[in-house]
Design a protein around this ligand. Structure first.
Ligand code: UD1
Length: 367
């Protein structure tokens, strides 16, 4: 038997955990690879990190860089400084990075300069909005990665337009779907809605944490005001992200929420509870990227409160509606969904739960 392929998987923030889980499981079943899991510590609260490791049966991180929060420059630099010695010591054949968070870019930069090959899972997605920190992370990560695993065909076109050679690009489907499909039954059994004495299809779910929405007082106020109106029609469950909680307090917007009795603020939820909750929602209101994909898989209408999306396939084929950040437009679309309006939805190509298998095949064939 030849030498084992040494792989370091890098995760840091909440949306990375459901992406690494199926791939590390698939690769670990193969005796040709040695897998090391590095957590940068970008997210560190129990509810933002540890709960996902438990629920997704992820192995404990082999190494936690414990970098914590900071400005973009601070956080990115800290991750780089702490990751370099790990790479020098372990000398892997591959570093696998996920998604578009600061940890993704920081570790890609370090690996690439040490001439360690990088594979990017969820490559090629673009919002074409460079004011989004995630868009910068995506473009730069893709530009210097050696293997690019794309979740949708449009991502291949985006990469080709940026001059990336065809041989590096592999259309493998959406890895989050692997996790969703293996978890949906277990999640459904939880009936999370009962915790708030709700019945299926009788409530909406809200998430909000995008910098462009919650770091701008006026936009944040307008969005909350739209939600306040919607919460008069049906209860809106709002698991609140730490960034959003901080801004609410800073901007003095908490009282706006207190007067909306239909709006139910809750702590961030674990993967299973959240999946359970959205799977029976009347609709979801969000600015998250992952949630646009998850709702499409579940055929739950998703009202995305942004002016652009990196998940066009969920608008073209799935259950996603771009409603922008204008109060009237959000209310109008929510009303239409309440009244039964809907478009024809389908599941995008290769969102079939076999993405980790396809990535494994490509990685093992690299020689
Ligand atoms: C990050 C990602 C974003 C992703 C989101 C998912 C980047 C640039 N952004 O944004 O793409 O959608 O994660 O959640 O990487 N905080 C805590 N506890 C934690 C983590 C953060 O309280 O465990 C607070 C801190 O005050 C911190 C703030 O949240 O300053 C923001 O955290 P950060 O990781 O910088 O960005 P997110 O907004 O979470």
């Amino acid at each position: 038997m030849g030498k084992k392929i040494k792989i370091i998987h890098v995760v840091g923030a909440r949306p990375n955990f459901m992406k690494v889980a199926p791939l590390i499981k698939e690769l670990s079943q193969d005796s040709q690879t040695n897998n090391l899991l590095v957590h940068t510590g970008q997210h560190y609260d129990q509810k933002m990190s540890a709960v996902f490791f438990e629920e997704l049966a992820l192995p404990e991180p082999d190494i936690n860089l414990e970098v914590g929060s900071g400005s973009h420059a601070e956080q990115t630099a800290q991750i780089m400084l702490h990751f370099e010695p790990v790479l020098l010591e372990y000398r892997p054949d591959w570093v696998v990075v996920y998604g578009d968070v600061n940890s993704t870019l920081a570790c890609t930069l370090v690996a690439s300069k040490l001439q360690v090959q990088v594979a990017h899972v969820e490559a090629g997605v673009r919002s074409f909005d460079r004011s989004m920190p995630e868009e910068i992370n995506r473009i730069l990560t893709d530009a210097i990665s050696d293997l690019l695993f794309t979740p949708a065909r449009e991502a291949n076109y985006n990469l080709q337009r940026e001059g990336i050679i065809e041989e590096k690009i592999h259309f493998v489907g959406n890895i989050m779907v692997d996790t969703l499909l293996t978890s949906i039954e277990k999640a459904g059994n939880r009936q999370a809605w009962q915790r708030w004495n709700l019945a299926p299809q009788s409530y909406a779910v809200l998430t909000l944490h995008r910098v462009s929405n919650v770091d701008e007082t006026n936009t944040f106020r307008d969005l909350l005001s739209a939600i306040e109106d919607i919460s008069k029609w049906l209860p809106v469950i709002f698991p609140i992200h730490p960034r959003t909680a901080k801004r609410l307090a800073e901007f003095g917007l908490s009282e706006l929420l207190q007067r909306s009795s239909g709006l139910v603020l809750v702590e961030p939820l674990g993967y299973m509870d959240f999946l359970s909750l959205i799977s029976q929602a009347k609709f979801v209101l969000t600015d998250s990227g992952s949630l646009q994909a998850e709702t499409t898989m579940l055929s739950i209408p998703c009202l995305t409160m942004r002016t652009n999306t990196e998940w066009n396939v969920t608008v073209d084929q799935g259950s996603n509606y771009m409603v922008g950040t204008n109060k009237q437009e959000i209310i109008h679309q929510a009303r239409a969904i309440m009244d039964g309006a809907g478009k024809h939805w389908s599941i995008p190509e290769l969102w079939d739960g076999k993405t980790a298998q396809r990535i494994t095949q490509v990685l093992l064939n690299q020689g």
